[in-house]
Every structure is written in C-alpha cells, then in structure tokens.
Design a protein around this ligand. Sequence first.
Ligand code: WTA
Length: 683
Amino acid sequence: MDNGHSDLYPPLERIHRDAHVSSFEQYKEMYQRSIEDPAGFWDEISKQFFWKSPPTGEFLQYNFDCNKGPISIKWMDGAQTNICYNALDRNIDRGMGDKIAFYWEGNNPNDQGSITFKKLLEEVCKFSNVLKKIGIKKGDRIAIYMPMILELIVAMLACARIGAVHSIIFAGYSSDSLAGRILDAKCHIVITADGVWRGAKLLNVKKIVDDAVDICTKSSHEVRTCVVVRHLSPSEEDVSNLKHDENTEPPASRPSLKLKINWHDGRDVWWHDIMTGQSPECEAEWMMAEDPLFMLYTSGSTGKPKGVLHTVAGYMLYSATTFKFVFDYHPGEVYWCTADVGWITGHTYTCYGPLNNGATGIIFEGVPFFPDAGRFWAIIEKYKVAKFYTAPTAIRALMKYDDSFVTKYDRSTLKVLGTVGEPINPEAWLWYYNVVGNKQCAIVDTFWQTETGGHVITPLPGATTTKPGSATFPFFGVVPVILDEEGREITEPNKEGYLVFKQPWPGIMRTVYGNHERFETTYFKKFPGYYCTGDGGKKDSDGYIWVTGRIDDMVNVSGHLLSTAEIESALVEHHKVAEAAVVSHPHKIKGECTYCFVTLKEGETFSEELGSELKTKVRTKIGPFAMPDFVQNAPSLPKTRSGKIMRRILRKIAVGDRDVGDITTLADETVIESLFNLRPDDA
Ligand code: WTA
C-alpha cells in the first residue's frame, strides 16, 4: 500500500460547487468545533429532528476508561423521540408524502415497484398494529430473516415505531447461525418470506427458518410466531389458474411453482392475511434517547457472534448526518446503496440514513451478474442514480469484464461513488473513478464498522482531496489515533499501529446485548481510554489515514467479517478432524479468503473429497459466503512450547512464502517443511 506519495484527486468543480461542505477549510473548521465541543455541535444538529421532549440537561455523558469504572456512553439522555416518526411522519409533514421513498428492483429486470413516503407510513403502521396484536411490546426482540423486498423495510420500521428491538439476520446465513442468533436474543417471533431468486438460483428461505426454529425448540426455546411474506410461492388460486411448466424459469412477477414450503399451523401466518383489516394509523411509541433501537450480530474473535446494540437518538443523529455529508445528499437525487439490509451498511445507508434525509433510495433484490455483468450500471441508468455505494469486492469482480458493460449505459447523473467493507486497492479505486465515474465523480472510501454505527473515517466529496486507497480523514466528532503495542501514540508518519478512537461520537454502539463485560473486554481493555477497532492503520506525512486491515483473528471475506475461531469450530465438528487452524489468505476478488489447516484423527487419511466435504461443512454451518477456498492436510501444526499455534507462520505457509521469520520458540521446527510440502496445488 501507499506511503503518501500517490496521486492526488482534488474535489471536482461540479461536485464542490454546491456541496454541503465545499472546501477543506470548511471541513477543518467544522471538525475542530465537533471535537472541542461535541455537545454543542450535535445539539445544533439535533434541532432538525422531532423530539417529543427535547434534549435538556447534559447532552453527553461518558466513560471511555475502564480503569475509572464501567464503560458507558449516553447522548441526550432523558430526551424522547422515535426514529420511525422522524423518518416518515416528519418528512410527510414537510410535504414529502408523495415522494418516492424506495424503488424496488427485482432480481428479474422486469420486476419492479416503488413506494411513497405516505404509503410506506401506512404499511408500517399496519404492521406495527400487527406486532401489537400478536403481543409484542417495547423492548421485545424480533428476528428478521428476509430477502431484499420492501416488506423488510416495513418490518424494521414497524419495530422501531413500537419500540421493539429488531435483530436482522442476513438471509444468507445458515439455519444454525440463524438459530444461534434467535436463541441469544431470545426472540419469540421471526419475520421472513417464502423464498427468493438470487440470480439464477432459487432459495427456499422459509425452509432455513423452519430448520432454525427446530434447533431452537430442541434448546427449549419457543418461537411462537413466524410471519411469512408470500413473495414467490403460489396461492391456491394461482395454482389452479396457472398451468405453469415446472421446468421453466418463472416469468417476471410470477410465483414459482418450484418452491414448496412447509406450513406449521398455529405458528406460521401469512403477512398478507395478518395485515388485512389493520388500521393504517399507529401512534409512535415515544422512546427515551438511550433505549435500544436494534441489535446486529457481528463475528467475535472467540467464535461466538456479538449482538452489537445501538440506541435510538444517537444512532438517528449519526446515521442521518453522515449520510447527508458523506454522500453530499441533495433533495431530489436518487441514491443507491447495494448492501443487503442484513448488514450494518444496509441498516444505516439503505434504510435509516436516507429516510431521515427524505431521500429516494433503491432496494435491489438481485446480484451484480444477473442477467449479466452490466446490471449495476443498467440500474443506475434506469433510475438516474446520483449517489452510488458498493463494496470493493463487487468492483474487483466487475472490472474483470469488458468496460463496455459499463460504458454502454448512461451514467451522467452520477456524482458520488462510495465504497465500504474493506480496504480498496488503488487499481480498483482507479477503475471506479475512471471507468464508472468517467472522471466526473468523487470517490468516497468510507471506513467504519457495525460497532461505529456510521462512517468514522471518510472523505467528503466537495472538500477532501483523495488518494486512491486511503479513507483519508475523520468524520465530525471522531478522533482517530494510532497506538503502538505499549499504547503510546505513534506520531511518526507511515508507521503502522492499532487504529483506535479517543472519544465517543453519537453512533457508537452502547453494549453487547446481554454481555456488557464482553463489550468492555473486546473494545476497551487493551488500551484504557480508547475504543479499539481491531484494525491496523497508519498516517502518512500529509496526515491521511490508511487502514491496513484486521489485526485480530478476523478474516474479511468480500467485506464480510468472519472469525477464524468460528470456522475452526465448524471444521472440528467433522468426525475425522482432530484440530484445525484457519488463517487469512489474499484473494484477487474477495480481498481475503480463508485457508484451513486440518489435523486428522489417528488412522484417518486426507483426500481431495474430504477437503471438499470440509468446505461444505463450513458452508452449511455458517453460510455460503463463509466457504473456505483452501483446506490443507496438516499432520501437525506449528506450536510454541506452551502449545500456542503460531498463526503468523501458517499465514506464510498459506501463501508459499518461505521467509517465515523467527522460529526459535517453536516446539518442533520440522513441522514447517512438511506443511510446505503438503500445500494444495491450486494454492
Ligand atoms: C473493514 C462494515 C478498510 C475493517 C461497515 C472493519 C474497511 C470491518 C473499510 C468492519 C474501509 C470496512 N477500508 N477497511 N473503507 N470499511 N472495513 O462490521 O476491517 O461488517 O473493522 O462493517 O470492515 O466490518 P463490518
């Protein structure tokens, strides 16, 4: 990566002309104010929102130092509001009722829809009434496992409206992963859909939920209600009216008869049935600023996912404000974030951030390669997208194709192109800038985490001169510091260390659901006084921040964080495996992938078939996106005399680099040579 001498891309005239922040001086001035007087800075912003009872008293109280007592963060404590009210009712009151809140673009290019702010509010109120009717109260946790359809947005906003805590699980997770999350949060209701087409693949979503619920039942936990959106499967009427050939692709907007779902009377209810006759009005529950809004699971280095908890008011301010400034959003523009709502990017920048700015967004059900590699750019042309947000892994995958897939579509409406999820390599950055953006757009490489709630290090389109590969500078209220192993601040340029933050911003997580101690240990114990990201970073001589990737046992596969421990425990569940060690390995498209070393039990022999079986094991245990790329036989693993696996050495072996460094602490040095000899041919 770079050392500060790379090319500079100053803000373009067409972007900074009418930008919210239109010069670097203005950014610096606002930034200074935001860190010197965070309360004053955010208090002013809070005035744009509706408060049932406005913030009074102390605007910010916190303790970031675990030596001084429990970690706690409170913004606007005592004020009352509701994020759904702010996203919908407030905007409708401002005259935006007939404006489109979302376009829906199906997997099949002929499938589409849209919903206005007014209609969205009606649907949300109806579903809020449904939730109340089935006994959901403020504070109850609701599991949502849904494809990218408008009902997903309706469901999450309905939870927020009545004060229920949504826990959305990306609908690519396995039933095991889903069950673990339902159990941890003790959800008694799951909202889902029958199925979904993703590209040319049909997924039986309901079946995964059924299996997860069975796992919960075995653990003596009851899921009482399962609300199912009929997205694909036919009604009886459809079946009798439609002589549909089972072996052909489903026509657009038409149910697929291929999907057979099981129905559990008494537990399962159809969304459309239960919505019938509900009132389109529902008073918002007035929430205390620090009441929980949602939880979202993220991988933990011990293997057990953490339920990251965000609260109402701080998250509302932060998601809306970062959205406005980082995408430089102006009324009337169409904005598109390709992230699934099941990830934090979808929560903050598909749903809450845009809606609170009255923006028009797009919910895209499909994948970048269906029907061909031009799909993203076709959608940009179709909806005249101005602001576009996607992941480096998608960019890398798409740039392999001929540029004509991009250039044949009109992209002249585009102004800002964002990326998120992992470091973007300069080559991908430049393709995004030159080809997709036609040198007319600002690139914003946004660094943040599930835990941070919104962007924390990012350029601003009209103000920041960018360098390909650098996330540049902190957002308002964020104070990044690079620390060395001893916790001393590194001031020397280009020296890598731990990326940490010194003081809270409104969107930072408040706790790990049900386990505040884990919250403190994971993020605050290593360097008292700082929030620790788990990422490495450095500042170059111009003060630009370069995030260099995870420095804990986490692997970032296509922008999805996975813990190596989680994969190892899936591998050792196989009856032939005695021990497993998983490390990260560079991958051209995914950024990183996983490379697994497995030690078999006495008497077992390794084969290619076993390797594939183990890959499938991880896939079914965690989810398709977690499938390892490499599995290698490891008769023994490099360990220290005290028995600790030396992953540093395994990472070297995985890439075939014989320069393994210091091995004096190894119990048995011969292990290394034998592992080099057993590397799979394709590695
Ligand atoms: C990585 C996604 C470099 C990082 C919003 C972080 C990035 C993790 C960037 C969080 C970026 C995200 N540059 N690395 N622009 N954005 N990351 O919780 O390792 O799914 O800690 O949140 O992704 O992933 P998460």
